[in-house]
Design a binder for this molecule. Structure first.
Ligand code: NAP
Length: 292
């Protein structure tokens, strides 16, 4: 391997230790702990795991977490009513609605209900709108995209003028990552399922962000030598040799891409842990904005 390994796990642990220290100081001064409410609707196994991980991370940092679970057949009104109650609860500084919601629920309407001041996921349309506008600042930056930019800024002295290619245009990863890269003065190309000559476009990238959800799609010959590659993908693939029968891989063929890239994130241990660190950061920020 020639590429530098971008160790998101180590970076996230550092950020989490800083947050823990700040929260301890708040408590020592007799201030209230920051609080995060998680809203899980239904029984999606991956969502249950993600919510548990977030609650555990809160506990480690001294942030209070309040877990709410609604049944798979919860109505739109029930979900929105819960979010409204959390909006009014002073113990709660951040509200995290775990996505995806079960089919039949209107995700956009639910996210619209989250108070702007508690939108620690950064998905409220006003926050996203501000992210897209020059001279405006979102109250909260979405966690995974923020983690991506944080790792890039740790790896490169400047992103200015670099060719950045974002593979994927989802609301939660690709699009906000692209908006953040523009803010860093990178020259940004967004690719998606209709992009022509994908390999050719990707091979122009000084910075490549892969967020497609396709196991190991990005191969060695797609990557410009020396490029910095951030792999957001988390994909389960069969692995009969493993006890649990599967393993997690990214959207990038890690081994072969490591032979040509300048730096690359692993999966797991890259962007994933950064997402949680950024969620804790946003929750702490929200608590401070609320005067705690
Ligand atoms: P998504 O909503 O499914 O979006 C995937 C994007 O990739 C879409 O824009 C889609 O294009 C594009 N795409 C799909 N197949 C393609 C292909 N063959 N060629 C070119 N573009 C293609 O996924 P997401 O929510 O953004 O998540 C992406 C990956 O990141 C997943 O593996 C997910 O598990 C992972 N993820 C990780 C974290 C983390 O914390 N590390 C957080 C969130 C997501 P169209 O728009 O044209 O359909």
């Amino acid at each position: 391997m020639t590429a530098k390994l971008i160790d998101g796990k180590a970076t996230s642990e550092r950020i989490r230790a800083e947050i823990k220290e700040e929260v301890s100081a708040m408590l020592a001064e007799g201030r209230q702990a920051p609080g995060l409410a998680t809203v899980l609707v239904g029984e999606n196994a991956a969502s249950q795991v993600y919510v548990r991980m977030k609650q555990k991370a809160c506990a480690q940092a001294g942030i209070e977490s309040f877990g709410y679970t609604l049944p798979e057949d919860a109505t739109q009104e029930e979900v929105e009513k819960l979010v409204e109650e959390l909006n009014d609860d002073p113990k709660v500084d951040g509200i995290l609605v775990q996505l995806p919601l079960p089919a039949g629920l209107d995700e956009e309407k639910v996210l619209n209900t989250v108070s702007l001041n508690k939108d620690v996921d950064g998905f409220h349309p006003v926050n996203i709108g501000r992210l897209a506008q020059k001279g405006r600042e979102p109250l909260f930056i979405p966690c995974t995209p923020h983690g991506v930019i944080y790792l890039l800024k740790e790896t490169l002295p400047s992103l200015e003028g670099l060719n950045a290619v974002v593979l994927g245009r989802s609301n939660i990863v690709g699009m906000p990552v692209a908006l953040l890269l523009v803010r860093e003065n990178a020259t940004v190309t967004i690719c998606h399922s209709r992009t022509k000559d994908l390999k050719e476009v990707v091979s122009q990238a000084d910075i490549l962000i892969a967020a497609v959800g396709r196991p190991e799609m990005v191969k060695k010959d797609w990557v410009k030598p020396g490029a910095v590659v951030i792999d957001v993908g988390i994909n389960r693939v069969e692995a009969p040799e493993r006890k649990r029968g599967y393993k997690l891989v990214g959207d990038v063929a890690f081994e072969e891409v490591s032979e040509v890239a300048g730096a690359v994130t692993p999966v797991p241990g890259g962007v994933g842990p950064m997402t949680i660190a950024m969620l804790l950061r946003n929750t702490l920020r929200s608590a401070k904005l609320a005067g705690k």
